[in-house]
Design a protein around this ligand. Structure first.
Ligand SMILES: [Ca+2]
Length: 369
């Protein structure tokens, strides 16, 4: 009894070790670290523009805005917005996406063309970068209409909110080379924006832009939880070139590495060599039994369970390969590119086997006594 408990404890420990190793490997193989400073818009907040005390920005982010002529600003157009921190206590309680604070900027009874930016240095030119940020806005036209007291925006105008990457680190928010997301409103609920660009210089700049159309009573913008990471470029990352350019319009025909003996490109691709015994049978299992190429197994594994269950294995592979491969490497391909991790896993499995055998022998000796 004691030995059995000991064995269970040892097996649990080894399983935990394997799991932690797998998670470590996944994190190592994931995208690079966040290159932004204070990506969560937390303290300290300081006045980044000299002489403008109501322009409090989470360091080291900087404010930018385009102030109109006195004629325009007197009519409520192109005002300099106020910047401040928003907290978890702010009504209606959702003004922070993560952590304790978020960046807010706003103006009352006027619009603005404004945002924030941060220059990121020490970038390797040619790096492919992905910028993400959570954004939310709130606006109400006029409380005389009774639409300014709730959590839901009242008669808001388009906010023209977007984020972008200047690929060579410029600080002009109107530069033509900035790669922007499309514009959103993001009223009343956090929305994550994402944009990707290739760095052309050794620094890049991330921007937020917004321009509410109306001179509403309130136009509020909230920003939180941004990230800028180096990722694998989608175009060059195609380890499975379709080497047989057959002129068929259907995608199944181009997927030639499936070694089934029966010809696939028929109108009804049902008759395979291995019929599925039941509706619950896993297609991946039958693929593994037939000496199929490894990429077929990988493709079937990465396909969604619904697709795999309702279609033949060959079909699942054919539909999965063209959609998955041009994007990013699968975890298996990344693991395959890192044989050290595979060796570590094999070593751990060997440790498990040795442990189990030794515990079994000990148990047997105990029972002989
Ligand atoms: Ca935050």
């Amino acid at each position: 009894m004691h030995i059995r408990k000991l064995r269970m404890a040892a097996l649990s420990l080894v399983a935990l070790m394997v799991l932690s190793l797998v998670f470590t490997a996944m994190s190592v193989l994931a995208d690079g670290p966040n290159l932004l400073q204070n990506p969560g818009f937390e303290a300290p907040f300081t006045a980044s523009i000299p002489g403008k005390e109501n322009c409090l920005i989470a360091e080291p982010w900087l404010a930018w805005y385009t102030e109109g002529s006195s004629d325009l600003t007197s009519q409520g157009y192109l005002l300099a917005p106020e910047y401040k921190m928003s907290t978890t206590q702010d009504y209606p309680g959702n003004r922070v996406h993560g952590g304790w604070l978020a960046q807010q900027y706003f103006h009352s009874f006027g619009n603005f063309q404004a945002g924030v930016y941060q220059v990121v240095n020490n970038i390797t030119p040619g790096s492919y970068l992905r910028l993400t940020m959570w954004v939310m806005t709130w606006s109400c036209d006029n409380e005389s209409k009774g639409n300014c007291s709730g959590a839901v925006s009242g008669d808001p105008s388009a906010m023209h909110l977007r984020i972008g990457i200047d690929p060579d680190g410029g600080t002009d928010p109107y530069a033509g080379e900035i790669v922007w997301t499309s514009e959103v409103n993001a009223y009343d609920a956090w929305q994550q924006l994402q944009v990707e660009a290739t760095a052309t210089g050794s620094s890049v700049t991330v921007f937020v832009y917004s321009y509410p159309d109306y001179r509403s009573q309130d136009n509020n913008v909230y920003l939180d939880d941004a990230s800028l990471v180096v990722v694998a470029p989608p175009a060059t990352n195609t380890p499975m070139p379709t080497d047989t350019p057959e002129p068929s319009p259907t995608s199944e025909v181009t997927d030639t590495p499936i070694p089934t003996t029966t010809p696939i490109p028929s109108a009804t691709p049902i008759p395979s060599a291995t019929p599925i015994p039941s509706a619950t049978a896993l297609p991946t299992a039958t693929v593994a039994k037939t000496a199929a190429a490894t990429e077929v197994v990988e493709a079937a594994a990465s396909a969604t369970p619904a697709t795999a269950a309702t279609s033949m294995p060959t079909q699942a592979a054919a539909t999965a390969v063209p959609t998955e491969q041009p994007q990013e490497q699968t975890l298996w391909q990344k693991l395959a590119a890192n044989p050290g991790i595979i060796l570590l896993v094999i070593a751990l499995v060997l440790v498990i086997v040795v442990l189990v055998i030794s515990l079994n022998n000990r148990n047997r000796r105990q029972s002989y006594r």
